[in-house]
Ligand binder design. Structure first.
Ligand code: NDP
Ligand code: PYC
Length: 344
């Protein structure tokens, strides 16, 4: 059952279970194995529930394109290697990443509890998702977390004008009392590729500072920027963070950089294939106490942020989650029609 929210005639409201069912049917029709269908649907529906338009149900189209290009292994069985040390390795076997993360999570949590800090290394995965669902899955265990992943070479280094870095997101989470952790999750490019694509599809210009055309000249046209290069956020600072992601979640873990991911894509234009590095920290192991003073200190800091009238990252997302749970998930009507075509 669908309805239209009064404040946005271009959106339809879909109950979460109904949207989940549609997304699962669409993924199953693509030929994905059941475990992948479940894991991917959870991530995609959560994205839409939290009003993340660039990483919600729109990503079904990315999955469809990747499957149609014949690159993704539809029934890949991720293999988890546990040595008893702090590093857990998962080989995604060229499947989509959500199942690989799900399979590695219990071992990551166990390794982090045992050693105080743990690392989950995921290799050879097609990665299309936001990172915060992974971060929240870790903070739910009372652990702090940091996740990094490259993508495709779309972004020029500061001072250059040729694509080299991915949009390389960095996400961090800190567990808090109450239902919601502190989480930020952002691309190191001035705009995520998903947002560039949504602007292109809508025929809209991007804000200034997002990219250059093929001649290296500043542009606000998403088509021209896709032919040229996107830019890092914050000039040399975002550029250095993007470099760190390439080094830590590419070179360090023995998987592809964004350049190598794009070379593997070989013009197919599908979602990037590379690795991911997820770090987890047990606050109790770092504080030398029971963690209570640490929690109090963190809460004092976070409260001081909001006391100034500033909002915390993810606050918009959590408010959208509550709205979705009460009223249904808002989906752009045109996108919803497109998605229904994937199941009809
Ligand atoms: P945004 O710029 O939309 O948001 C970045 C973060 O800042 C969010 O945590 C957001 O919280 C927070 N934020 C935004 N505005 C404020 C504010 N005024 N005060 C405090 N906090 C604020 O993110 P991006 O567009 O850069 O990235 C979107 C998604 O794309 C991410 O989830 C990322 O993981 C994903 N991505 C995935 C890639 C991949 O390779 N898999 C590549 C690149 C991006 P809130 O959400 O509540 O607004
Ligand atoms: O939005 O930049 C992006 C992105 C790349 C891969 C998945 N999302």
């Amino acid at each position: 059952m669908t309805s239209t929210p009064p404040d946005s005639p271009a959106m339809v409201l879909i109950p979460e279970t109904e949207l989940g069912d549609i997304v699962q049917r669409a993924l199953a029709r693509m030929g994905l194995a059941g475990a992948h269908v479940q894991a991917i649907a959870k991530v995609i529906v959560s994205g839409q529930r939290d009003a993340c338009q660039s990483h919600g149900v729109y990503r079904l189209i990315s999955c469809f394109d990747a499957v149609r290009a014949g690159k993704v292994k539809l029934d890949a069985e991720p293999t988890v290697s546990i040595t008893g040390g702090p590093i857990v390795q998962v080989d995604a076997q060229f499947g989509f990443s959500p199942l690989a993360f799900e399979r590695g999570l219990p071992a990551l949590v166990e390794a982090t509890r045992r050693h105080g800090l743990g690392a989950l290394v995921i290799r050879r995965c097609f990665h299309f998702s936001a990172l915060w669902p992974e971060i929240e899955a870790i903070t739910a265990h009372g652990l702090a977390a940091l996740a990094l992943t490259p993508s495709h070479a779309w972004v020029a280094p500061a001072g250059g004008n040729q694509p080299l870095f991915g949009t390389n997101p960095i996400a961090f989470g800190w567990p808090r009392p109450g239902p919601y952790p502190y989480v930020f999750d952002f691309a190191t490019s001035a705009i995520a590729r998903g947002d560039l694509e949504l602007h292109r599809r809508a025929g809209k210009s991007l804000p200034e500072g997002c990219g250059v055309d093929a001649a290296g000249q500043p542009s606000t046209d998403p088509v021209e920027i896709a032919r040229g290069a996107m830019l890092a956020f914050g000039g040399h600072k975002g550029s250095a963070l993007a470099t760190m992601v390439e080094l830590m979640a590419g070179a360090l873990i023995g998987d592809w950089t964004s350049q190598e991911s794009l070379a593997f894509d070989d013009g197919a234009g599908v979602t990037p294939c590379h690795g991911e590095l997820v770090l987890a920290f047990d606050p109790a192991a770092f504080s030398g106490g029971d963690g209570e003073a640490q929690t109090a200190r963190a809460e004092t800091l976070l409260d001081a942020i909001t006391a100034q009238g500033a909002r915390l990252p993810s606050q918009r997302r959590f408010a959208a989650r509550e709205r979705s749970q009460a009223e249904g998930i808002a989906v752009p009507a045109a996108l919803y029609a497109e998605i229904l075509r994937l199941v009809s």
